[in-house]
Design a protein around this ligand. Structure first.
Ligand code: MN3
Length: 200
């Protein structure tokens, strides 16, 4: 049972003007697709892993055989992270958080502006390729963090609730080297309904 590239959950033009159509085509159809293909190629060598979900693979990478562990870490990580990234964005979204996530932000960070500033700083400050996250640890504590390359909180036993891609391929066509501008625009797309779904 091969892993599949999920279709983008909205039209390629839907996130304009914040994220442009060309970027979404290249990012989803080329980058994300390649990670899925590379994951399947690695798993082909160990068919016993074919029934494992991305979450199961990433939560227990030590159980993945040595010869494919790096490939699985990279490509399952990137596959999972991208699918989540598409889902936590939506056209006409953004604005202040609502529902349970609004309470979490208030309790953990004080107010939304403080959260937004800290999250943006973590994402913008990630050196090189990576991701910005809000995640919950096993004790129920919420934290902002950045990971490099394919890093994902699932690998650390945490549950991710919000993510932004800060690899250059996510923004370079439109924003070139201006990662802070991309982050600022990205807040207009945050899909709080999906974040609330992930909180449950
Ligand atoms: Mn990407």
């Amino acid at each position: 049972m091969a892993h599949e590239l999920p279709p983008l959950p909205y039209p390629y033009t839907a996130l304009e003007p914040h994220i442009d159509e060309t970027t979404l085509h290249v990012h989803h159809d080329k980058h994300h697709a390649a990670y899925v293909n590379n994951l399947n190629a690695a798993l082909d060598k160990h068919p016993e892993l074919s029934t494992k979900s991305l979450e199961e693979l990433l939560r227990n990478l030590n159980a993945v055989p040595d010869d494919i562990r790096t490939a699985v870490r990279r490509n399952a990580g990137q596959t999972y992270n991208h699918t989540m990234y598409w889902q936590v964005m939506a056209p006409g979204a953004g604005g202040p958080p609502k529902g349970a996530i609004a309470e979490v932000i208030k309790a953990s960070f004080g107010d939304f502006e403080t959260f937004k500033t800290k999250f943006s700083q973590a994402a913008v400050g990630q050196f090189g390729s990576g991701w910005g996250w809000l995640s919950r640890d096993q004790a129920g504590k919420f934290a902002i963090e950045a990971t490099s390359n394919e890093g994902c909180p699932l690998m650390e036993g945490k549950w991710p609730v919000l993510v932004v891609d800060v690899w250059e391929h996510a923004y370079y066509l439109k924003y070139q080297n201006r990662r802070p501008d991309y982050l600022q625009a990205w807040w207009n797309l945050v899909n709080w309904d999906e974040v609330n779904r992930r909180l449950k």
